[in-house]
Design a binder for this molecule. Structure first.
Ligand code: NCD
Length: 309
């Protein structure tokens, strides 16, 4: 297969196995490109991309911008804090105005789940979801799986535990879909209050003991506690959370095997993982960041090649 089955990247739930395979093979090529002395290719010289960030972001926004620039696309950036949204403009109006400026593709992060899906039904442009509330974050899940494939050879057959605040995490849901699609087994681990009630319906097992979960897995994906999405207190104190669900070097060294540690960032050092874990050889956190650029180049390139036809 040489093209994606979708015109937008709204969530992993809309992709099939072949799409993921194609994205990874294309990313392999771009990873080689970004490690050359000249890191840029002219592929998207006639494409204009708008990055619309209605919610804070550092890594994802920079990673998309870099990916777009390395493909030679024209890029415009918009962040909600400085926009007319504050003056009462609707999402559709804001975006339509931007599209009148002849934008071909929109990368959007938005606090409302489904914002990208809504947009894709109303505007003519390819939409890439860069995180919609606590729903999906497809490019993060793709770069996570790609990084597992790079470190362990393949994703199929691997045991992956996602640890922490599953309830408020878009990274968790997209990872569950992506990992299962590729034949990995997934467990979630965290305080009961931060695990959605019916998560087992997704084919995911719940483990509340961190040591048991780590002894089972090949990879642990450590999530940040999303305090900004919490209106009530889900656990007694950060100290107690860390005691039960934080990964320390001592804990890692006491396991039967060498597991891989991942984190989507931003890390709260000393809360979900200690600094010596974040900086250890078992952690692939900076590989994830590097791979993020190659994965985003692949997705943008593959979606843009559908416009050009
Ligand atoms: C994640 C996000 O924004 O959902 N970060 C990211 O995209 N790198 C996770 C988080 O904020 O904890």
């Amino acid at each position: 297969m040489s093209e994606l089955s979708v015109n937008h990247l709204l969530g992993i739930k809309y992709l099939n196995q072949e799409d993921i395979k194609l994205i990874f093979e294309t990313a392999d090529h771009f990873k080689e490109v970004i490690n050359r002395p000249i890191k840029k290719v002219p592929s998207l010289r006639d494409i204009t991309i708008a990055n619309l960030f209605f919610e804070n972001s550092t890594r994802t926004r920079l990673s998309f911008e870099l990916a777009e620039k390395r493909l030679s696309a024209d890029v415009i950036n918009f962040s909600a804090a400085q926009s007319s949204l504050k003056k009462g403009e609707t999402l559709i109006d804001t975006v339509n105005n931007i599209l009148s400026m002849k934008v071909d593709m929109v990368v959007m992060r938005h606090p409302n789940p489904g914002a990208g899906i809504f947009l894709s039904r109303h505007v003519e442009a390819n939409i890439i979801n860069a995180g919609d509330g606590a729903h999906e974050h497809p490019t993060q899940a793709l770069l996570d799986s790609y990084s597992i494939r790079e470190r362990l050879g393949e994703v199929k057959g691997k045991n992956v535990v996602i640890v922490g605040d599953i309830l408020h995490s878009r990274v968790a849901l997209s990872n569950i879909f992506a990992l299962q699609l590729q034949g990995a087994k997934v467990k979630v681990c965290g305080p009961k209050t931060l695990i959605p009630k019916h998560i087992e319906k997704l084919g995911v097992k719940v483990e509340t003991n961190l040591r048991t979960a780590l002894n089972w897995c090949d990879v642990a994906n450590m999530l940040r506690v999303q305090n900004e999405r919490m209106e009530i207190s889900y656990f007694p104190s950060t100290r107690e959370y860390t005691q039960q669900f934080g990964v320390t070097k001592k804990l890692l060294d006491s396991l039967d095997k060498n597991i891989v540690i991942m984190h989507p960032g931003p890390i709260n050092r000393g809360v979900e993982i200690t600094s010596d874990v974040a900086d250890s050889d078992q952690a692939i956190i900076l590989d994830q960041v590097e791979n993020g650029v190659a994965i985003r180049m692949a997705i943008i390139y593959l979606l843009a090649s559908k416009i050009k036809q």
